[in-house]
Design a protein around this ligand. Structure first.
Ligand code: ZN
Length: 93
């Protein structure tokens, strides 16, 4: 991914963006060529994201089924309906 590395780090914002994205690095395209590379990189990430989403769903179901749930009130939820969440997995009810 070398060609997508940030070439400038002259602002706090850029530094913070880079840090939060970890190894995912890109710069705003300034030329047509850079834009084409940017688009290729986007499509690659998009494809990876689709794969991750599939794994996420499969693993969530798998872990939730195997879990001996421990329910606690979900205080973060601002919804009027009361919700509970499991402390051990990602399941809500
Ligand atoms: Zn659980």
């Amino acid at each position: 991914m070398g060609m997508f590395e940030l070439d400038t780090l002259n602002s706090d914002q850029m530094y913070s963006d880079q840090r939060e994205r970890g190894h995912l690095q890109y710069k705003i395209p300034k030329t047509n060529e850079e834009f084409k590379q940017f688009r290729q990189y986007y499509l690659l990430l998009r494809w990876e994201l689709d794969k991750m989403e599939k794994i996420l769903h499969e693993k969530r179901v798998e872990f939730e089924k195997a879990c001996g749930h421990d329910w606690v009130k979900d205080w973060d939820n601002r919804d009027e309906r009361s919700r509970w969440k499991c402390t051990k997995c990602t399941k809500f009810r």
